[in-house]
Structures are given as C-alpha cells and as structure tokens.
Design a protein around this ligand. Sequence first.
Ligand code: BG6
Length: 482
Amino acid sequence: MAVTFPKGFYWGGATAANQIEGAWDQDGRGPSVDDHFLGGSITTPRMITRDIDPARFYPNHDGIDFYHRYKEDIALFAEMGFNMFRLSISWSRIFPNGDDEKPNEAGLAFYDNVFDELAKYGIEPLVTLSHYEMPYHLVEKYNGWESRELIGLFERYCKTVFERYQHKVRYWLTFNEINCGTMDMGNLFETSMIQGFEGPASASHTTMQQRYQALHHQFVASARVVRYAHEHYPQFKMGNMDCFILSYPGTCDPADQMACLSEMRRVNWYCSDVQVRGAYPSYAKRFWRENGIELKIEDGDLDDLAAGTIDFYTFSYYMSGLVSTHEMQQVEGNMSEAGRNPYLKSTDWGWQIDPEGLRIALNQIYDRYQIPMMVVENGMGALDEVVVENGEERIHDQYRIDYLRSHVRAIGEAVDDGVDLMGYTWWGPIDLVSAGTGEMRKRYGFIYVDKHDDGTGTYERRRKDSFFAYQKIIKSNGAEGL
Ligand code: BG6
C-alpha cells in the first residue's frame, strides 16, 4: 500500500549553528563551548582545551562557512523542495559572554538575513534556542547548567530573540536532545559542566547529582520560556527535543523486560514526561533515591513546570539498541553505547540501522502523549567517495538513499497507524562538522561540502545522488520515490 502523508506536511533538513556557521569570532561573536573542542574520530575522542591555541585546528571555528554561504545553501534546500529548515541560534552570537548587558546587533542581524532568505522560498524556520552550546564564559564562571544563574540568563537571551524574530519564526525548540544531559558523555554537550576542564571529551566529568540538578535548572528555564512565549506571542508553537534511543529487551527473561522499561524511562521518558506533562513522573522519586540524587527544588519551580508545558513533541532518531541483564556485546551509538542486535546492520560508525524502530518509537511516543510530533533529526553518517565522470564530480550515495527511503516509509506507516506527525527534517541535509567526533568525513548531507578533517578544501558544494532522491520524495509529498 502506498504511504500517504498529510497535506502541508513539513519536509526539510536540520542543522546546528556550531556545526555549520563558522565565523566563530566574527562580527562580535564570543567563543562558544564547542570552539574549545579539537577534532577526533571513532577511535580518538575529541580533546577539550581551556585556552584556544592558535596553532591547533578546531573544526567548529569554520564549520562549513554557512555564515557567508547561507544564500547558496538555502537556494539548494529550496531546489530540493524544503518547506522547513531547522537551525539553531548561536547564543554567543547574540550575547557574546552570556551575561552581557546588551545583545550584539550584528549577531541579531545575521539571523534576520537568514530568516528573510528562507521566507523568499517559502521555507518555514524551526529554531532551536540551545543546540549543544553556550557562551564559554558561562562554562568558566558558572560551570554551565550546574548553576541556577543560567536560568535567568537563558530567559533573557530567549526574550531577546523572541522579540526580534516574532514576525519571522513560529516554531521553536528550547533545548536540543535535553535527555542527553542524563548521560555522562551527552551532558558534556548538553549542560556543559566542564569548568576548568582540559582533556578527552570521553572522560567522566560529572556525578549523577550534578547532572540531574542541571537538568532541573533546564526544565525550569524551558518551562518559563515556554510560558512567556504563550503569554506574549500566541502565534508561537513551542516544542521540546529529545534524543530517542529505542531499547529492546535483549532476551525474553522478565528481568530484561524490567531492565528495558527502566532504561526507556531513564533515557527517553524522564525529560519529556516533565516537559509534556508539567510534573516529574511517578517513578522519579525511587530513581533519585536509589541513585543518591537530592534535587534542590525552589519554591515556585514546580508551578513553573506545570505552567510551561510544550505544544509539540520533537525528537532525533538514529538507532536502537538492546538492554539486558545478561552479558551482551556492545556497539557504538549516539552519545552512548548499546547492546548489539543481530538482526540489524550498522553504519560505518557502528550505529544500528533500524527503520522499523522509528515506527515503533513514533507509536510509543504518541500513545503516551497524544500531542503533535515531528521527527527533527534522522540521518546516516557515512564515508562518501567523489568520483569523476565525464569531467563532473559525482557522489553515488545509494546507502544514504536506502536509509532515507526506509525511514520515510516507516514514518508513513506510523502516520497510517494514527500518529499525528507534522514533519520530518533530515539531520545534516548538507555535510557538516560531526558533534560527536568533530569529523567532516562522517558525512550526512545530500549536499557534499569539499572540506576535510584537517580543514583543507574549497568548501564548494555538490549535489549527491541522494539530493535528487529526497527531491523526488518531497515533490510528490511521499507518494513517489520510496
Ligand atoms: C545528534 C545531535 O545527537 O546527533 C547533532 O543533535 C549531531 O548535533 C547528530 O550532529 C549526529 O551525531 P554526530 O556525532 O554523528 O555528529
């Protein structure tokens, strides 16, 4: 049966400022935490340096130079047929230190230009307010989200951009993959608690007490911002953003069923239960107790959570994994490891490919919350080869086309299952700097960028075969090309 998508379905791509913009120190921008990360690989973790050493190469400093090439890139997105583009605002482009008295006008003007360019093509922006970054000054001064001070600073930043872009942006997400704050590695990106730290990004930085307290501060910040938006800008739609890592029980041992349930709560449900329902879930107390977590919850915090529930649920989906109480082989994954599933193949970076899992995830989430949803990240990091044919450079990325088609088919099935899905934005419609490894060779794009891991390259853009495959899907609203 052919898959049908709702009329007005959003098709597009998703990015983050620190992974594409570059121009890290231009037009008044302050250093962001990502500007302190060197490049790594699947075997070598990214190193974090406290001072920026001009003799070393920091891949986020130049990104893919979207800052100067946004017009060309947006034209290519329009050519593919996008009607949505997810991007984030770099907090340190607006408030270079995070606690400045006044915003940086040049930074505000840059996003005005980007939104105007998108509007020219009828592309709706979906804006993440915080995607894995913060002004580095806030890391050194406050240890990131460990400090409650961040709540007020984040509110000020959000109010500034809401006011400025109120006529240009309708869809907003507060924190990217907020639930990665529960994980040791993920929390490095998500809550940035690396005050004074130098060393490998894989090293353990935080206790569970610190992580869950930092998350509490983010929940309050998010809820206050959502409430403010609802009160002042009724046209806004406010969303959360979770990194959904679907778990299956490793065996039919009931102990594995329970382990899987606990893992799903810990990784996938804890944060969204708060952000969708406006209160900590019933299982939280026992979880806190058993893990020695004592949250400092101030008067008014719980009221804030209740008043700032989100309008739509969004998530990233890349993989699934097994959870078991029995010995099990582990594989690499998005911000964490997972048990290997013998029925699944993996990407070049070891992430297990599971389109059916996306259908399952969509159904599970919708069963739980019954609010509109969007898949705002899904994609495949792969090694691409450029071949020259008749004097033209080509990238035949059939593996990416297969991944795309199978996942779009899965979301179509979920829509048919009754899930209220608003849109799908592929992660990395254009090659960009990998968050986890800092590599360029881990390519996600339908558009190739001639930049390499050592920073060399022309930065020229090329259409891969997948560019035309996605174009066909979008043009027919999913009726063809699958
Ligand atoms: C998500 C992040 O975790 O996965 C993105 O929101 C990231 O920022 C994406 O780039 C893919 O991960 P990676 O490590 O391959 O870049």
